[in-house]
Design a protein around this ligand. Structure first.
Ligand code: DGL
Length: 271
């Protein structure tokens, strides 16, 4: 048993897709979340900048004596996962392996769509792993750089014609290619799941990278004997690098309930 918190981070709201799943699956776990809302988006930046931000995010989270780290960000997972895991003394879980594994088991036709940020798609990390797991798979991928800023500004609800139009344009070639599974390779995209599902049709299964990573984290904690004692309710704290009020407002729109913990602003450049 280990009562220390789990550290989770993303460039903004997207990592809440993983947090929601951790709270559902592992209600006894304490969570410290950091959303780097002051420096979002990460996915249009160079690998060098993404690594710099990532190291600062982790240094901040490690001030809390965390027992495990969930990188709830497709961009960071594709850019830094191998390098971070190699030197870490605590378990680190990212979103790529868990979501590719889920897609490989869900697809029947072997035609798998993938959407993500520009950095995540151009890294080729999701594709390489899927080809390894399913050598006959046909992967149709597309970077969707405008979706993160839209979500971050609360534009993720069905009926929002701006985001519906942009999502439809991004998804058109993937829909036309006849995929039966679509990896939402950026953790912001599950906030658009209704809109994406309307566009792709009910026959296409959506893989939520954040939720898959949270499920994988549960297995890792159990394997390593790091689960919190059962019975208590986990405490959750949220930190951001920009406005507390807009994070709170959009986070509760997504969670359909008030944010389950305090939200505080920090100066990430100090770390
Ligand atoms: N949620 C992040 C991801 O999964 C968004 C990255 C960004 O800030 O562009 O990639």
């Amino acid at each position: 048993m280990d009562s220390r918190p789990i550290g989770v981070f993303d460039s903004g709201l997207g990592g809440l897709t993983a947090v929601r799943e951790i709270i559902n699956r592992l209600p006894c776990e304490d969570i410290i979340y950091f959303g780097d809302t002051g420096r979002i988006p990460y996915g249009t930046r160079s690998r060098e900048t993404i690594l710099k931000y990532t190291h600062q995010d982790i240094r901040f989270l490690r001030t809390f004596d965390i027992k495990a780290l969930l990188i709830a960000c497709g961009t960071v997972s594709t850019a830094a996962m191998d390098e971070l895991s190699a030197v870490s003394d605590i378990p680190i879980v990212g979103v790529v392996e868990a979501s590719v594994r889920a897609a490989a088991s869900l697809t029947r036709s072997g035609r798998v769509g993938l959407i993500g940020t520009t950095a995540a798609i151009s890294s080729g990390a999701y594709e390489r792993l899927l080809e390894k797991m399913l050598p006959d798979a046909r992967i149709i991928s597309r970077a969707c750089p405008l979706l993160v800023p839209l979500v971050e500004n609360g534009r993720f609800l069905r009926g929002d014609s701006v985001v519906e139009t942009i999502a439809a344009e991004y998804l058109a070639p993937i829909r036309e290619s006849g995929v039966d599974t679509l990896i939402l390779g950026c953790t912001h995209y599950p906030l658009l799941a209704d809109i994406i599902s309307d566009i792709m049709g009910p026959q296409v299964k959506l893989v939520d990278a954040g939720a898959q990573a949270a499920a994988h984290l549960g297995l890792v904690l159990a394997q390593k004997g790091l689960c919190a004692a059962q019975g208590s309710k986990g405490a959750h704290s949220f930190y951001v690098s920009d406005s507390v009020s807009s994070f709170g407002e959009y986070a509760s729109m997504y969670l359909k309930s008030p944010v389950p913990g305090s939200i505080e602003k920090i100066d990430i450049e100090r770390y």
